[in-house]
Design a protein around this ligand. Structure first.
Ligand code: GLA
Length: 726
């Protein structure tokens, strides 16, 4: 098995064709992180473990072991699971307060086991696979004073340069303990020669790529909103200085969690770098009674020496095959038209039926009715929580019949975790809403959040959704989440367990997703959060599509989709052509085809010319579907590089087909333009339909495509399809 234990050196080596990960068990049972990177057939332990204390000299000559152990300096060693309070002054991975009030935590190695496959994390999203897809290592550690156990879990992927990590804490003591801090993973690096990449943004400007050289001190990205947030995504990478799309070391982490997180980078006095990933300790404290346990969420750790482009391609494949699950995993998704920007909440049955008629002529396969169909909702001031049809406003049976007549599917919007003070649900259960005792509740968009940390609240929402799904043939759910948590409080948790609230909230949300996935496996869920405010690897486990942003201007979308593609598959990026006037429908289509592709407009207002463009677009969508949803993405020229050119391409895995897209964000800009393509077979000839020309793959990659065409001035974008010529 690809996890080997060298008893003499006391080294655990996790490896596959591409990577090695080495952990050393010290004579006094500490865990030292030796290495993570390219596969190593052999290694010199002394070089790897050496630090200023000369601790490891005993491994060279075998003498003075005790004296040297006393000299051990945990503050300058690379630690595998750094604990609080025993001399490592960098941010720690774990801090537990015991019943004496003592926060010193000191976990030591007890044993380890290795087995084939990967177990499911109870109640949490995680990667999954067949027995041969992963090998698991579980290291058992114990804090001898409290008798608390920590199980460090590492799942090594067989075919990806990837290891997942998580930690389970089991209280084997007789007394309560409080977990004050628990990161799912720590990665120590020997130097500060790294750049810190992350995805940051705000509402309608999500996931812009930012990076800088790490410096002494702490830098972090995090969320406190109860969701992963628009502000930052639970993803980060440390790269070698100057890494590009094609070159350089990239150590990246992708946290499989949708709640409050923190990714922290610290460079210490010796200019060593530490990376921590986990639940944000600022809103987390978890009490374990005797024999209770706590499971941390999972973090996916990846290493590649082929740059940021390869990092993304690895995540895309990995998540498409081992995170996204269920019927829709690799199944072709219906081309949809969403009603939101087309009519907002202002609709009736006739209007929606007209939408359906027009949409079906364009070739749309599913119509999604967005916000406004339930309770008494005509504005955003009321009714969240009342998930029954407003029959005075819309006849859903009629709408669905109309769709079925045309062989089309139906999708419906919900915002399951929310409640409006003006709602039947609130009248009946005011205690379901999150609110502090004796404090005013902050409203956002006239709404409050349901206390998903409570089982009865989750049950109520599941039952309401279930009733709708049983009564109406609903093929798709848009699951929205439009505000952040404030006044976090849950009376049922009480003083002792209040610190668990935020985590229990997201577990509750996950449980409703899971129950829906199980009971209605054919229902496709597209998650949403005021656009893309909860776009993370956790949510992808339940919903294979995520609405990327409320910003539907395609030029603004360039940076949003580019950043999203950094860490998440393009096949998950909800991207619609809207009526936004800045660009032509051709350009809107080219950019939306980087993601799921769909429409979000009033189809009854389209001109004959627009409709002609769209019909062609729909044909292209089908023709290119496999490429855009399963192909390898190459970001050729990034929007983040600000040169008024953006280009990307998808290449099929057999390299027989490619789809190239080029956009000039500021219209009217023209210059000589040569773009080198990537990922093609150098020896294959490719015929380009639109240019009616055949090129050698190597020519396209070495000389490039000559795009010095006048017509770019008017078109703003081009999409070129290449197919192998036999
Ligand atoms: C959020 C979503 C939009 C739309 C509205 C409806 O803002 O991001 O796509 O569904 O809610 O209220």
């Amino acid at each position: 098995m690809p996890i080997k234990f060298n008893k003499e050196k006391r080294v655990i080596h996790l490896y596959n064709k591409e990577i090695s990960y080495l952990i050393h068990i010290t004579p006094d049972n500490g865990l030292i992180h030796l290495y993570f990177g390219s596969y190593l057939k052999d290694y010199d332990l002394y070089s790897m473990a050496y630090n200023t204390s000369n601790y490891y000299s005993h491994l060279v000559n075998g003498v003075e072991e005790k004296a040297l152990i006393e000299n051990f300096n945990s503050d300058t060693s690379s630690m595998e699971f750094p604990c609080f309070g025993t001399g490592d002054y960098r941010p720690c991975a774990i801090k537990i307060k015991n019943h004496f009030g003592d926060e010193t935590t000191d976990f030591r190695y007890v044993s380890h086991k290795v087995f084939k496959g990967k177990e499911k994390l109870e109640g949490l999203p995680c990667l999954y696979g067949e027995k041969d897809d992963f090998t698991t290592l579980q290291i058992k550690m114990i804090d001898s004073v409290t008798n608390v156990e920590a199980i460090l879990e590492y799942c090594l992927a067989t075919n990806y340069p990837v290891i997942t990590r998580s930690v389970k804490i089991i209280n084997k003591s007789k007394n309560d303990i409080t977990i004050k801090k628990l990161y799912s993973a720590c990665l120590d690096f020997k130097t500060d020669e790294y750049e810190f990449y992350r995805l940051t943004g705000r509402y309608a400007k999500e996931r812009n790529i930012k990076h800088n050289k790490v410096m002494q001190g702490v830098q972090s990205i995090s969320s406190l909103e109860g969701k992963s947030s628009h502000n930052a995504s639970p993803f980060a990478a440390l790269t070698s200085i100057g890494a590009t799309e094609d070159y350089g070391d990239v150590y990246s982490v992708n946290f499989v969690y949708s709640g409050n997180f923190e990714i922290k980078v610290e460079v210490n006095q010796c200019l060593q770098t530490r990376l921590l990933v986990g639940i944000n300790p600022e809103t987390f404290e978890y009490v374990l009674e005797e024999n209770q346990s706590f499971q941390s969420p999972e973090v996916v750790i990846q290493y590649t020496n082929k740059g940021l482009g390869e990092m993304s391609r690895i995540y895309h494949k990995l998540f498409n095959n081992h995170l996204i699950k269920g019927v829709w995993k690799n199944k072709k998704r219906p081309l949809l038209l969403n009603s939101w920007e087309g009519c907002y909440m202002n609709f009736d049955t006739e209007k929606i039926i007209n939408f359906i008629k027009e949409a079906s002529e364009l070739g749309v396969e599913m119509v999604v009715l967005d916000d406004g169909w339930f309770g008494k909702r005509d504005t955003d001031e009321s009714s969240l929580g009342d998930w029954f049809v407003n029959k005075d406003k819309i006849d859903l049976h009629k709408v669905i019949n109309e769709l079925h007549k045309r062989n089309m599917k139906f999708g419906l919007w919900f915002e399951p975790e929310m409640i409006c003070p003006k709602s039947k649900l609130y009248e009946e259960h005011p205690d379901y809403a999150i609110a502090s005792k004796n404090r005013n509740a902050t409203l956002m968009r006239h709404q409050m959040i349901l206390n998903m940390a409570r089982q009865d609240v989750c049950d109520n929402i599941f039952d309401q959704l279930s009733k709708m799904l049983d009564e109406y043939q609903i093929d798709y759910i848009k699951w929205d989440h439009n505000r952040a948590i404030t006044e976090a409080y849950c009376e049922k948790l009480g003083y002792k367990h209040m610190g668990e609230f935020y985590h229990r909230f997201i577990l509750g949300t996950y449980s409703v997703f899971e129950r829906l996935n199980e009971k209605y496996p054919h229902v496709l869920i597209e998650s949403c959060c005021a656009g893309g405010g909860r776009y993370d690897a956790g949510i992808l486990y339940y919903s294979p599509q995520v609405w990327t942003s409320d910003e539907t201007d395609p030029i603004e979308r360039l940076s949003i989709q580019e950043g999203t593609s950094f860490a998440y598959p393009c096949s998950s990026m909800g991207a619609h052509v809207s009526a936004n006037p800045r660009t032509s429908y051709e350009t809107k289509g080219h950019i939306a085809m980087q993601g799921t592709f769909g429409y979000e407009l009033n189809p009854t207002l389209l001109t004959i010319k627009d409709k002609e463009v769209m019909k062609k677009q729909v044909e292209e969508y089908h023709k290119y579907y496999d490429l855009t949803h399963h192909g390898d993405l190459y970001r050729l020229i990034k929007n983040a590089d600000n040169c008024n050119k953006v280009a990307w391409m998808f290449v099929s895995s057999d390299k027989k087909e490619a789809l190239f897209t080029y956009v000039v964000p500021l219209r009217g800009y023209s210059e000589l333009c040569y773009i080198k393509l990537k990922g093609l077979d150098p020896d294959k000839y490719y015929y380009c339909e639109q240019l009616n020309k055949t090129y050698l793959g190597k020519f396209l990659m070495e000389f490039g495509l000559n795009l010095t065409f006048k017509w770019i001035l008017t078109n703003q974008s081009i999409q070129l399809y290449f197919k192998e010529k036999n």
